[in-house]
Design a protein around this ligand. Structure first.
Ligand code: MF3
Ligand code: CO
Ligand code: CO
Length: 265
C-alpha cells in the first residue's frame, strides 16, 4: 500500500485549504439551525447539501460503512453520534463533526452548539474544551513535538477538574481522512514526533465532566461516557507552517476569539 506523505506538497496544501473552507463554512452555516425541535438528521442533511453545493464530497459517507455526512454527538455522547430522528431539547449540547474532500484531499473540523440556553455545566465544559484545543494549537510550530500539544491539553483539563478521553486521538490528514501520525490529547513535553513544516493533522480533544472512560453503543458507532457524564469536543485541521501554525479550518466567526486567545500568551 502507498503510504501517505507526512509532509504535504504545496499543491496538496492549497487543495486542503479549499476543503477546509467548505467544512468551516458548514459549521458557520449550521449554528442558526440548532434549536429545540430540530432533528439531528435534519442538521446532517443541511451540512451534506452545503458541502456538495460548495463543490466538496462528504467524506464520511461510505467511510467504513458509515452512512452520514456528519457525526452529531449530544450531551453524554463523546463522538461518532449517528444522525437520526432524535429531536433536540432545550439545553442539549452537541458536537457537529464533518469532513469534506476536494480532489481527493480531506479537511476535518467540529464544534459545539447548544439547543436554546445551555446549562451552566455544559457551557463551562464546552468553553474549557475549546480553550484546550486553542492551547494545543498554540504549541504547533517547527521543532515542537506532539507531546507538547498533548501536554498543553492535558494540563488545561487537569487544572479545571475535567478528564481527557484517551481512546480517541487526532490524526494526520491528507489523501486519507485518517493518516499517521496519531495526535494524543495527553502526553509529556519534549516527547513524541517532532513537527516539521508541511505536516497536516487534526487536534480534536474530547473532555468529560466525569471520568475518562468511554463505551461504544450496540450500533457500533456511538461512543458515550461510561459514567454518563457530559462530554465536549472541538476539532481543527492545522498545518505546520514555516513560522508556526496555520489553522486551516478556522471559521470566519472564530477569527476574533482565536486571535485574542493566541495573543494572551
Ligand atoms: N470526523 C471524525 C474524526 O474527527 C471521523 C468521522 S468517522 C466517520 O476523525 F465514520 F463518520 F467518517
Ligand atoms: Co472530525
Ligand atoms: Co478528526
Amino acid at each position: 500500500m502507498l503510504m501517505p506523505a507526512l509532509i504535504k506538497s504545496p499543491e496538496a496544501i492549497a487543495t486542503m485549504r479549499e476543503a477546509a473552507t467548505i467544512v468551516a463554512g458548514a459549521l458557520d452555516m449550521i449554528g442558526a439551525h440548532v434549536k429545540p425541535g430540530v432533528t439531528t438528521a435534519e442538521l446532517d442533511a443541511l451540512c451534506h447539501r452545503f458541502i456538495e453545493a460548495q463543490g466538496g464530497v462528504a467524506a464520511c459517507v461510505g467511510y467504513q460503512g458509515y452512512r452520514h455526512a456528519t457525526c452529531i454527538s449530544v450531551n453524554q455522547v463523546v463522538c461518532h453520534g449517528v444522525p437520526g430522528p432524535r429531536q433536540l431539547k432545550e439545553g442539549d449540547c452537541l458536537n457537529i463533526d464533518l469532513v469534506a474532500q476536494v480532489r481527493g484531499i480531506h479537511a476535518d473540523t467540529s464544534a459545539m452548539f447548544f439547543a436554546g440556553k445551555p446549562g451552566i455545566a455544559a457551557a463551562r465544559l464546552a468553553r474549557i474544551t475549546q480553550e484546550a484545543l486553542y492551547l494545543g494549537i498554540r504549541e504547533v510550530k517547527p521543532g515542537a513535538t506532539l507531546g507538547d500539544v498533548g501536554a498543553a491539553i492535558q494540563q488545561h483539563a487537569a487544572r479545571h477538574g475535567v478528564s481527557v478521553v484517551r481512546d480517541f486521538c487526532g490524526h494526520g490528514i491528507g489523501t486519507a481522512m485518517h493518516e499517521e501520525p496519531q495526535v494524543a490529547h495527553f502526553g509529556q513535553r519534549g516527547t513524541g514526533r517532532m513537527l516539521v513544516p508541511g505536516m497536516t493533522f487534526t487536534i480534536e480533544p474530547m473532555l468529560n465532566a466525569g471520568g475518562p472512560q468511554v463505551r461504544v453503543m450496540p450500533d457500533g458507532w456511538t461512543v458515550v461516557t461510561r459514567d454518563r457524564s457530559l462530554s465536549a469536543q472541538w476539532e481543527h485541521t492545522v498545518l505546520v507552517a514555516q513560522g508556526g501554525v496555520e489553522v486551516l479550518t478556522l471559521r470566519a466567526s472564530e477569527r476574533a476569539t482565536f486571535g485574542a486567545m493566541a495573543a494572551a500568551g
